[in-house]
Write a protein that binds this ligand. Structure first.
Ligand code: PAF
Length: 221
């Protein structure tokens, strides 16, 4: 398993595999690898001859006062977890994706405007910009994303369609704890009380709509 930090080397490796007739699937992540990521990697392995996992905590998708400084950075443990689960062909872990003076962004509208686009207005611009940069560094045939971040997946599909990008976007179902909580690196932030409440969101979504007032009652502080 190669671990690459350099963009030119990453691009050359991808192109060399493709020139040899192999297909390449990119699994973009911010690290802190858990079973959800490992399921994406396993699906990527079934799809393409070569699998590249990118690990980069992207500053532009964090707003002021969000958790950029505290977001887990665990490259060594991530590589070990990926290896233990069968590995991939390359891990791309650039130190920095933005040169000094970086001044160009992708600003998605359409599906990016509602929901998280309202509560975190910087978020989808940061995601679309970094994902397009990753697609440039790694001109893969496929990229795979989790349905957990469903609006993110829709924004990326919209960008690929609108900008005529030559890549196929694949999606994988959400992986959950046994009590229904979706796996996420940020679950670490939940207090014991919040961790107990969190699965209720999923449980309530699966009930008929007339049970929603009951859920609101339960969630009231
Ligand atoms: O879903 C994530 O982990 C990130 O938003 C992504 C797609 C890797 C971009 O930084």
């Amino acid at each position: 398993m190669k671990i690459l930090h350099n963009k030119a080397e990453m691009t050359a490796t991808t192109i060399a595999w493709q020139a040899a007739g192999e297909t390449v699937c990119l699994v973009p992540t911010m690290g802190s690898i858990h079973q959800g990521h490992l399921a994406l990697i396993a699906a990527a392995r079934k799809t393409a001859n070569r699998v590249i996992v990118s690990i980069y905590v992207n500053p532009t998708q964090f707003g002021v006062g969000e958790d950029f400084d505290h977001y887990p950075r665990t490259l060594e443990a991530d590589c070990a977890a990926i290896t233990a689960a069968g590995g991939c062909d390359a891990i791309y872990a650039p130190a920095n994706m933005y040169d000094d003076g970086h001044a160009t962004s992708i600003v998605p509208a359409g599906v990016a405007l509602a929901m998280e686009g309202q509560t975190r207005p910087h978020f989808f611009t940061g995601v679309a910009t970094i994902v397009l940069k990753l697609f440039t560094h790694i001109p893969a045939n496929f990229a795979i994303f989790g349905e957990k971040d469903y609006q993110q997946l829709a924004v990326i599909r919209q960008m690929v369609r609108d900008l005529d990008l030559n890549i196929t976007i694949l999606a994988q179902p959400t992986i959950r704890e046994t009590d229904g909580l979706a796996l996420s690196s940020r679950n670490l932030y939940l207090s014991a009380a919040e961790r107990k409440l969190a699965p209720l969101l999923y449980a309530e979504c699966r009930k008929p709509p007339n049970r929603l007032p009951e859920a609101r009652q339960l969630m009231r502080p």
